[in-house]
Design a protein around this ligand. Sequence first.
Ligand SMILES: Nc1ncnc2c1ncn2[C@@H]1O[C@H](COP(=O)(O)OP(=O)(O)O)[C@@H](O)[C@H]1O
Ligand SMILES: [Mg+2]
Length: 279
Amino acid sequence: MKKELIVHKDPKAPVSEIFRTLRTNIQFMNTTKKLQTLLITSTLPGEGKSYVASNLAVTFAQAGKKVILIDADMRKGRLYSIFEVSPRPGLSNYLSGIDREGEEEIDISKYIQPTQINNLLLIPAGNIPPNPSELLISEQMSNLLEQLKEVCDIVIIDGTPCELVTDSVILSRIVDTTVIVSAAKETKKDSLGRIITNIKNVGGNLAGVVINKIPLSSKKYNERYYYGSKSSKSKTKRSNKETDSDKTNKATVSDEKTQDILDQINSYMEEDHSGEFEE
Ligand SMILES: Nc1ncnc2c1ncn2[C@@H]1O[C@H](COP(=O)(O)OP(=O)(O)O)[C@@H](O)[C@H]1O
Ligand SMILES: [Mg+2]
């Protein structure tokens, strides 16, 4: 397995601890309804969706949860390589139904591969199809999620980047919650605001935003996770921001929790964090 599976390779690393905190936050964010399907998306390729999705999946598996990780980035999927399993057959093959004979139901188990991690199964992306978006938003995809929910504790979907295609925004409606991965100093604030707004507009539930790839002078931390807290600190930040005259990049949304996330991100990106991670 690749060394970027840090929570497996080095469970005691500070980053692994941060992934466990992210897992705990996700587990506790919803007390009334069982949270079973989680989508990971970002604005653009390369921000760390696959890195976060795979490490998060491993932390759930380490906690004894039965996890199915789906590589839904059918254009650039590389989870098969991170977990060193066969790239196909995968999601595209299942969704396109090319293996179907007559009217029979396709046997999903053919597409789910065991990994070297206990409790963690993977559906790789499969062959690159001509119409990935169409496949992802098909009824077959929601049926797949329904069936997988019967056989595991949590399904984690490594999604597509929202600035390029709309798949993830549409998928956010059929999953229980969505995590957005952003890359420090790369992700544009207005793009981030746009995804958050788009997901809220289709009725998706947002868990929070991971700030990944924070430049380090030490290896102490390289992820952060912001989620909607109603702390007085974030409220203070919000009222400060409201007096700002420059609001050009500020996306606004109607509900308080999401606005909180957005405010925290805006504040974080505007602050100077250069010395923060030094030992
Ligand atoms: N926190 C991180 N620290 C170091 N490298 C990272 C980190 N997150 C991602 N990367 C690297 O950045 C590249 C892109 O990450 P990836 O997860 O494939 O992005 P995406 O799935 O969003 O396209 C990969 O080579 C990955 O190993
Ligand atoms: Mg990826």
